[in-house]
Design a protein. Structure first.
Length: 482
C-alpha cells in the first residue's frame, strides 16, 4: 500500500500532549452536558423523564446522521491549505461556545412546550458543533503515526485528556451546583441549583476553545495516504465508506463494545449523582466516587503499554471486562448501608466494575485507528473521516440509548420530576441497585463483543507494524477477513 510517512519532527511528547488537549477540550463541553444536562432539565426546568427520553432519542438520531455528513465533508472538502483536519476543529470549537451555553439557559418560566422545544433544538445545535470538533479530532489519530505502540500511547494520552475535565466536573462542581435543604417531612435533602450551570457552561466553553487551539499547534500530521482504490465523491463516497465499515469485522466488534461501554457506563453518570443525592444523602461526596472510578484508570495508564504488548488489546480487554462483570454482580448482592461504611463499599464496587471498562476506554482509540488501518489496506482508500464518523455515529447513538435507559429506569422505580419533588421511600436504594446493574450489563456486553466479534489478534497487531504488509495476509489461522 502507498502509505507514506512525512520526514518531519519525530513522534514525541508534543504529539502526546497536543492530542490529550484535544479530548480535554471536547471533554469540558461533553462531560458537562452528559453529567448535568439531564439533571438540569429534570430537576430544575421540570421536563418529565419520559419526555426527556424522547428528546434524547430524537436528538441522538439527528446527531448520528450529522456525524456521517460531517465525516464525509471532512474527507471531501478541505477548508484549509495545510491540514485536512485542523480548520474543522477550530471552526467547531468556536461555535461550541454558543450552543454549550444555550443548553443551560434559564428557561424555567417558559411554557412546557417551549421548554421541550428549547431542550431539543439547543441539544441538536450543540451536537453539530461538537461533531465538527470530534470527528476530525478522532480521525487525526491515524495520521499522526502508523506505529501501533505509538497509537496506543496516543490513546492513553487521549484518555488522560478526557479524564481531567471529568474529574474537575465531578469533584469541583458538586460543591457549586448543589444545595442542602429540608423537605416537607423535615428530612435533609440535596437540591440542584440549576441557575449556577449557566456561568459554569460559559467558563467551561472558553477553556475548551483554548485547549483545542493548543491541539492544532502541537500535533504533527506525518502519515500521507495515497489512494489506490477507486476515487469517489458525494453519495458514492458515503456508500463506499459504509461498505468498508460493515465489511470490517474488527470495526464492527469494536463499535459494539463501544456501544455497550458508552451507553451503560459513560452515559449513566446521572444515576451515580442520584445515589449520593438520595441514598447517601450527601451530594458533596460525589467526587469521592469519581476518584474511585478513575483510580483504576490511573493504574491502567501506567501499565497499559506493557500489558497490550504482552497480551494484545483483544485478550486484555476481554479478560478484564469478564472479571469486572462477574465481580460487580457479586458486589451488588452484598448488603450496603447508607452510612460511611456503605459508601466505602459502594466506591470499591465502582472501582472493581470500572477496571475492565477503563482498560477498554484507554485503548479504544488505538483500536479504532487499527481498524481504520485495516480498511485502508483492504480498499486502498483514505477514508479516515468517514470511517471515524460512522464509528462516532454509533457512539453518539449509544449515548442517547444510555440516557433513555436512565430515564426509563427512573420512571420504573418511581422518580418524581420537579425542583422540590419528594421521592418514594425506597428510591435511594432502588437507584443504587439500578446503577450497579446497568454497569454490570455494560461490562458483560463489552466482553462479549471483544471476545467473539473483534478479530485483530496480538499477532495481527505486531504484523501491522510493517507498513507494507497486506492485512489479508497477516494471519496464518483465522484472518481479519473471517
Amino acid at each position: 500500500m502507498n502509505t507514506k510517512t512525512k520526514e518531519l519532527r519525530p513522534f514525541g511528547w508534543r504529539d502526546k500532549l497536543g492530542y490529550a488537549m484535544g479530548d480535554m477540550g471536547c471533554g469540558f463541553s461533553f462531560q458537562l452536558v452528559s453529567t448535568f444536562m439531564q439533571l438540569f432539565y429534570l430537576q430544575f426546568i421540570g421536563i418529565s423523564p419520559n419526555d426527556y427520553a424522547v428528546i434524547i432519542l430524537i436528538s441522538k438520531a439527528f446527531d448520528a446522521i450529522n456525524d456521517v455528513v460531517i465525516g464525509n465533508l471532512v474527507d471531501t472538502k478541505k477548508i484549509g491549505k495545510k491540514s485536512k483536519y485542523m480548520p474543522w476543529i477550530l471552526l467547531g470549537a468556536v461555535t461550541l461556545i454558543i450552543f454549550n451555553v444555550m443548553i443551560f439557559a434559564p428557561i424555567k418560566d417558559f411554557s412546557y412546550a417551549g421548554k421541550y422545544a428549547w431542550c431539543l433544538i439547543s441539544y441538536c445545535l450543540w451536537s453539530i458543533s461538537y461533531t465538527m470538533v470530534n470527528v476530525p479530532y478522532g480521525s487525526l489519530h491515524s495520521v499522526i503515526t502508523d506505529k501501533p505502540q505509538e497509537r496506543t500511547a496516543l490513546s492513553t494520552f487521549r484518555s488522560i485528556g478526557a479524564a481531567l475535565p471529568a474529574i474537575v466536573i465531578m469533584i469541583v462542581l458538586p460543591g457549586i451546583v448543589y444545595n442542602t435543604t429540608t423537605d416537607a417531612n423535615g428530612v435533609e435533602v440535596q437540591t440542584l441549583k440549576g441557575e449556577t450551570l449557566l456561568p459554569v457552561a460559559i467558563v467551561m466553553s472558553i477553556v475548551a476553545l483554548v485547549v483545542l487551539w493548543g491541539t492544532t499547534k502541537l500535533v504533527t500530521e506525518r502519515v500521507q495516504r495515497e489512494e489506490t482504490g477507486e476515487n469517489t465523491t458525494g453519495i458514492k463516497s458515503f456508500f463506499s465508506a459504509f461498505k468498508a465499515f460493515f465489511t470490517n469485522r474488527a470495526m464492527v466488534g469494536a463499535t459494539l463494545a463501544t456501544v455497550a461501554s458508552v451507553a451503560l457506563f459513560n452515559s449513566t453518570m446521572a444515576l451515580n449523582n442520584m445515589v449520593f443525592q438520595y441514598f447517601f444523602k450527601d451530594a458533596s461526596k460525589i467526587g469521592m466516587a469519581m476518584i474511585g472510578s478513575y483510580a483504576p484508570m490511573i493504574l491502567v495508564m501506567i501499565f497499559v503499554g506493557k500489558l497490550t504488548a504482552k497480551f494484545g488489546k483483544k485478550n486484555l480487554i476481554a479478560f478484564s471486562t469478564l472479571i469486572s462483570s462477574i465481580g460487580g454482580l457479586a458486589f451488588m448482592l452484598l448488603p450496603m448501608s447508607a452510612d460511611s461504611k456503605g459508601m466505602i463499599l459502594y466506591i470499591v464496587t465502582l472501582m472493581f466494575l470500572n477496571t475492565g471498562n477503563c482498560i477498554f476506554q484507554v485503548t479504544v482509540w488505538a483500536i479504532v485507528a487499527d481498524c481504520i488501518e485495516v480498511s485502508y489496506r483492504k480498499t486502498g482508500k483514505a477514508e479516515e473521516g468517514s470511517l471515524y464518523a460512522l464509528y462516532s455515529f454509533f457512539r453518539k447513538l449509544s449515548q442517547g440509548v444510555g440516557q433513555a435507559v436512565v430515564s426509563v429506569g427512573l420512571t420504573a422505580i418511581g422518580f418524581v420530576e420537579g425542583e422540590n419533588a419528594v421521592q418514594p421511600e425506597n428510591f435511594g436504594s432502588d437507584v443504587k441497585n439500578l446503577y450497579i446493574l446497568v454497569l454490570v450489563i455494560g461490562s458483560f456486553l463489552t466482553f462479549a463483543s471483544m471476545q467473539f466479534i473483534y478479530n485483530i489478534s496480538k499477532k495481527d497487531e505486531e504484523a501491522m507494524a510493517v507498513s507494507t504488509a497486506e492485512v489479508a495476509e497477516i494471519s496464518t489461522g483465522k484472518g481479519l477477513d473471517d
